[in-house]
Design a protein around this ligand. Structure first.
Ligand SMILES: [Zn+2]
Length: 217
């Protein structure tokens, strides 16, 4: 699926390279972000969020949850922004990052409306993900109904902290070498270098989706 940082940053690179506007939205817990990205005119996703977070460094919606109404708010704003692009009313676009916490009622708009100087994507035209040989590598392991995921570059995971975050989603066992998570009838064995073996899946896409959901992307 597209609910992971790798796909968002890849989409950003593709849109910046081709000059195609796109509307970013993300929700976690009671909090959401949205930004309309006009390549060359407004900050791109890399300008706004910085380098792509390594796996397991930020909570995912699976570990932190998502409050339903927050999704509706961000989706409504994204659709409205898309309508403005479609009817060519670009002067009415928000042009900056909008941050909303529906629980506390805080709405905040970033002041920055211009691309960040020296942004590797929209400033310098380095399309790291677009030009990569392939992001994380997923390999089906023969006869075991299992897929190995090897993220590149390899992160260093704090397995104990990840274990605490995952405690609510299934059975978790952690030792100094690995973390084992049993959930949704599947088993994920995650190592400190980010490598994981996902058992009980039929294909690589399913394994990648589970990895993104529980470890991050
Ligand atoms: Zn940028």
């Amino acid at each position: 699926g597209a609910d992971n940082f790798e796909v968002r940053y890849l989409l950003n690179e593709a849109c910046v390279k081709q000059g195609i506007p796109w509307v970013y939205g993300g929700v976690l817990g009671t909090y959401g972000l949205t930004a309309t990205i006009l390549p060359g005119e407004t900050p791109c996703l890399r300008c706004l969020l910085g380098p792509m977070p390594p796996p397991a460094s930020v909570p995912t919606c699976e570990t932190a949850g998502v409050l339903g109404p927050m999704v509706a708010i961000i989706a409504a704003i994204e659709v409205t922004e898309a309508l403005k692009i479609l009817i060519e009313r670009r002067e009415d676009l928000l042009r900056s990052l909008l941050m909303i916490d529906v629980w506390t009622g805080d709405f905040e708009r970033a002041q920055t409306q211009r691309p960040t100087a020296g942004c590797p994507v929209c400033g310098e035209g380095h399309y790291e993900l677009l030009e990569a040989e392939g992001g994380s590598v997923a390999t089906m392991l023969c006869g075991r109904n299992a897929v190995q995921i090897r993220p590149r570059p390899a992160p260093v995971l704090d397995l104990a902290a990840l274990g605490e975050r995952l405690a609510g989603v299934g059975g978790v066992e952690v030792n100094e070498y690995l973390l084992r998570l049993a959930t949704e009838g599947k088993e994920l064995t995650i190592f400190g270098d980010g490598r994981a073996i996902v058992k009980g899946v039929g294909d690589e896409a399913q394994a990648r989706a589970l990895y993104a959901r529980y470890v991050g992307s």
